[in-house]
Ligand binder design. Structure first.
Ligand SMILES: [Zn+2]
Length: 323
């Protein structure tokens, strides 16, 4: 059977040296290579907790996994409000500590400096709908607004190569988004190339979507899976989530499973297109973007309101019975 790809974009929320190191030790033992995002500074808002590059032990761990082949991306300079000067300082600090700038950045929940955050991810008419559904976030996201104190879009465009937008409940992310990495003409002023991800933010959803049966399907389709997850949620009472362990074991048992972090995976897709004489980074057509948007909203609706498994419920319920 042909090759298939598996990787994870790990959102750093709640990740501490204590709860995240065992997960990376396990992934390394199984030779599954992914992208870990980091905060340069400690969280300063009430929504989030977790370690940052300012913790010497955590920094050592990040340097160690980087050396082993893991990609380190950015999850904004930190959780909370960071103005332009702090963000630019944060990027320099990232480079000073880790030897290079991040190639990948994913927006963190309510950060004002997020680039095309919230409803700005959508085109008309869904943009208007999302804005109406979440009026409390109107005007919050300003990272790409040159008149804002939270603006850093110009630097983002210069440094960051890949940004994440839409998510799917399919294991085969590339079946959902055939264009990635793509240029979004409506959002190309401050971003370069966009990719999508499979929505598995916590162990409940991960176990539903990434299981042996689904992995077999991914293999048959010779697909590409980029999971979006908060691996900081995957350790409980000193143990890694059982379903996660089983899925990683199963992936590692297949010698046609290719695992590399997100940026090299996307670069490989660009190179393959060049070899095939295709447009290496296509512009996404409006209709294709609209389909991603509709499917994205349906996925979010399903896990928020029908199954009640997303982080809204997960973070509010400190229950062990689902683990
Ligand atoms: Zn986050």
């Amino acid at each position: 059977m042909g090759q298939f790809h598996f990787t994870i974009i790990d959102d750093t929320d709640d990740a501490t040296l204590e709860n995240i190191k065992p997960i990376y030790d396990f992934l390394y033992e199984k030779r599954i290579f992914i992208t870990k995002t980091v905060w340069v500074y400690p969280p300063r808002d009430k929504h989030s907790k977790g370690d940052s590059l300012q913790s010497p032990e955590y920094l050592e761990f990040i340097k160690d996994i980087k050396k082993k082949g893991y990609e380190i991306g950015l999850h904004n300079a930190g959780s909370g409000d960071y103005k332009r000067e702090e963000i630019l300082e944060g990027l320099e600090e990232f480079k000073r500590l880790l030897g290079e700038y991040p190639k990948i950045q994913i927006n963190h929940s309510y950060n004002k400096d997020s680039i095309y955050g919230g409803y700005k991810r959508f085109n008309w008419p869904l943009r208007a709908l999302v804005k109406m559904m979440y009026p409390q976030y109107a005007g919050v996201y300003q990272g790409e607004d040159p008149s804002s104190d939270y603006y850093w879009g110009d630097v983002h465009k210069r440094i960051i190569r890949f940004s994440r937008n839409h998510t799917t409940s399919l294991i085969n992310t590339a079946n959902f988004d055939k264009y990635m990495p793509y240029i979004d003409p409506q959002r190309s002023e401050y971003c370069n190339y966009w990719f999508s991800a499979t929505f598995a933010p916590n162990p409940w959803i991960f176990n539903r979507i990434i299981n042996r049966h689904a992995i077999d399907k991914l293999e048959i389709e010779k697909g590409t899976c980029i999971v979006f997850a908060h691996l900081g949620y995957f350790m409980k009472d000193g143990r890694i989530n059982k379903g996660f362990v089983d899925a990683i074991h199963y992936l590692a048992s297949k010698n046609n499973c290719v695992s590399m972090p997100v940026s090299p995976l996307l670069e490989e897709r660009i190179e393959n297109r060049k070899k095939q004489g295709r447009e290496p980074t296509p512009k996404i057509p409006l209709l294709a973007k609209a389909i991603l948007e509709i499917k994205h909203l349906l996925t979010r609706y399903k896990y928020r309101h029908l199954f009640k498994l997303d982080d809204y419920t997960y973070k509010n319920l400190n229950s062990k019975m689902f683990q």
